[in-house]
Design a protein around this ligand. Structure first.
Ligand SMILES: [Zn+2]
Ligand SMILES: [Zn+2]
Length: 371
């Protein structure tokens, strides 16, 4: 069977022939992989910046944003059945008895760092034809979402962030009108930094949750990302045309910043205009560059005098996967064209190299393993 793998010791990215995995446990599920999305993490692994093959193996099959169809189930499987469309989770627990996060099924908060991740760290990923995994890692999606369900995994980043933002903003129960029919409803104002797939999917989740949302990114409008942001009811502002002061004046009190670029300087500069009682969420992983100058007195003063909260977030738990599947359904209803527009192209497996090693234009590229 075909797979796309990196061999770090030989600095090689290749389409390889590999043995099909065999189901062995009673709760094992066999998936036929349909779509696999490509993101910055895959490109960094293909550039050998990280990515760890499984123990005893010289190569790592990559890919972590996937959609599969169940083709076989073990005798004790109860949550999925053949024909179901499923999105598997990526991170697996560290197995240490003294890691309360992993012990509680929340390996996205793992303390030891010994977790594994399919397609990234110590486990083969999903850029292949067949995958076997335990049913507990599978999340079923409706066939109506077939064409966009590969976006579930990248959307979980925003969903995990939003779950935590909600926990923080519960400290302000008198700000937004309470709607018994829509308990998630909020009235806060959010700025999304960056208009890549994480930023745009985040903007969709924020708009769906009721946030007044502004996407702040480099490219001047008009451009396809600005068009997409406006199509979902968000504002788009280019950092080349709109200063931070203007942005803050346009938005009003910035209650939330959702950082989705990995550019630390732009992020910390934006932090200086975070509003009173605001929350700043980091999701990007910056490359190591030279240190920059920063007005730390101003940032610290604001953090204290404005009751601000800053946190980073990585990976996602089962709750965020469920929220992503729910919200993808909402996006599909409200903005079908914009949602499809997040996927720039679906490509045959053979075109992996340009997408992983080149610098493809657009938003999200997907490899089609089967249809
Ligand atoms: Zn990804
Ligand atoms: Zn752990």
């Amino acid at each position: 069977m075909k797979a796309i793998a990196v061999t770090p010791s030989r600095r090689e990215v290749a389409l390889i022939e590999t043995e099909a995995p065999r189901a062995s446990g009673p709760t094992d599920v066999t998936l036929r992989i349909l779509d696999v999305g490509i993101c910055g993490t895959d490109r960094e692994i293909a550039a050998f910046q990280y990515g760890t093959p499984p123990a005893g193996c010289d190569h790592l099959v990559i890919g972590h944003e996937s959609l599969g169809e169940v083709v076989a189930v073990g005798p004790a499987v109860s949550r999925v059945k053949p024909g179901d469309l499923v999105v598997p989770m990526v991170r697996r627990p560290c197995g240490h008895a003294d890691c309360p996060a992993c012990q509680a099924g929340r390996q996205d908060f793992c303390y030891t760092g010994d977790f594994s991740e399919r397609g990234i760290k110590s486990r083969h990923g999903f850029m292949t034809e067949l995958v076997v995994d335990d049913e507990r890692w599978m999340h079923v999606v409706s066939p109506a979402l077939r064409d966009v369900a590969v976006l579930v995994e990248p959307l979980t980043i925003a969903e995990k962030a939003l779950i935590q933002v909600e926990e923080v903003q519960q400290r302000l129960p008198w700000v937004c009108e309470v709607r018994p029919d829509d308990p998630r409803h909020t009235c806060h104002r959010a700025v999304v930094l960056g208009a890549g797939p994480v930023g745009l999917l985040g903007a969709m989740a924020l708009v769906a949750a009721g946030f007044d949302t502004t996407v702040y990114s480099r490219e001047p409008a008009p451009n396809p990302k600005a068009y997409l942001a406006e199509a979902i009811g968000a504002r788009y502002r280019s950092s080349k045309e709109t200063s931070l002061e203007q942005l803050a004046a346009d938005v009003g009190n910035i209650d939330l910043v959702y950082e989705a670029t990995g550019a630390s300087q732009a992020a910390f500069e934006l932090m200086t205009v975070l509003g009173t009682n605001g929350v700043f969420v980091f999701t990007g992983v910056p490359g190591r560059k030279a240190p920059i100058e920063l007005d730390t007195d101003l940032i610290m003063k604001n953090l204290v005098l404005k009751n601000q909260v800053v946190f980073g977030t990585v990976n996602a738990g089962a709750d965020a996967f469920q929220a992503a599947i729910r919200d993808l359904g909402v996006f599909h209803q409200r903005w079908p064209a914009a949602l499809r527009g997040v996927i720039t192209g679906r490509h045959p497996v053979e075109s992996y190299r340009d997408l992983l090693v080149g610098k493809p234009q657009g938003i999200k590229h997907v490899l089609r393993f089967a249809s």
